[in-house]
Design a protein around this ligand. Sequence first.
Ligand SMILES: [Zn+2]
Ligand SMILES: [Zn+2]
Length: 366
Amino acid sequence: MAKVLAAVIPEPRAPVEVRELPEPELEQDSALLEVALSEVCGTDVHLQQGRLAGVPYPLIPGHVSVGTLSKIRGRMLDVEGRPFAEGDRVTFLDVHRTCNACWHCLVAKATTRCPHRKVYGITYGTADGLTGGWAQKLYLKPDTRCIGLGGVDFEKFMAGGCALPTALHAVERAEVELGDTVLVLGSGPVGLSVVIFALMRGALRVLCIGAPEQRLEAARGLGAAALNFETNDERARGQWVLEQTEGRGADVTIEATGSPAAVVQAMRYTRDAGRVCVVGQYTDHGEVSFNPHLELNKKHLSVRGCWGSDFSHFYRGVRIMADAARSEPWSHLKLDRYKLGEANEALADVAAGKVTKALIAPQHVC
Ligand SMILES: [Zn+2]
Ligand SMILES: [Zn+2]
């Protein structure tokens, strides 16, 4: 049987190992993807650190990936009902098996909270097969939602990567309106894509508070005013926001940092009757306290969480990336590519904030 090389996290807090795994027998209506690029994001760092609950180690990380369909058994259809062919360039929604039959899906209409959903590279492990993108081949199980990339450049698409649907969802959920001043806390991949989408949705100005300097330079290049949070304390940051908003605060603040304290700062930096959207708390980093009278009730503030993304976010993200003019901002983001055997370096660089966007190119082993 043919063998496939994959980078595997054997257990929490253990280094990534390159292993040889068998190429799977394809079930009816499934496919094999030859992976060109997969992402390395904060979630992958947290997976390696054992910070996520319900993860079936060992697992192959890499939830958003692009590549070429190398083998199809039966039929794989796109959202228009058109069959995919071997050789097609695709990406796929990393969320699988949203049931569309449970209370969350049907009553709450919150499909991103469906308890039956599985995520490639996060809640599927090697026991489920080649289910992560840090591998030469990835197994697309039946009912995986693929999206054709046509001529979309793999690298440009992956400059958005998993941050693309997350940021699109957050900007939508924050209900950014024409002429708004939007404050983005965090300048990682999600924060930078939020800057782009907020402007696309009609924000007049975008302010970004983050670090390190190279990511802030990227934010400025995208059209945001940016401030380094490492060299400005909370008071100075608040003052900076007030100076640019007639002393009122941002109309909308989107938190994309991962730090619980930033959620309270998001509330403080937002104007009366403004909106706060929290999209940076994907792992449990503990509690934080705030004054509900001064910082929430009296401000008449709307605060919303934003969990995961669904097919609509992913699909629209791909469509935007297929538009040369609209996707242009992402081509300015710096990418760092790592070979399969360099996954530990990639994780360390992402954890240290050294790189703007890290990618694994699994066809290159070492
Ligand atoms: Zn990710
Ligand atoms: Zn469901």
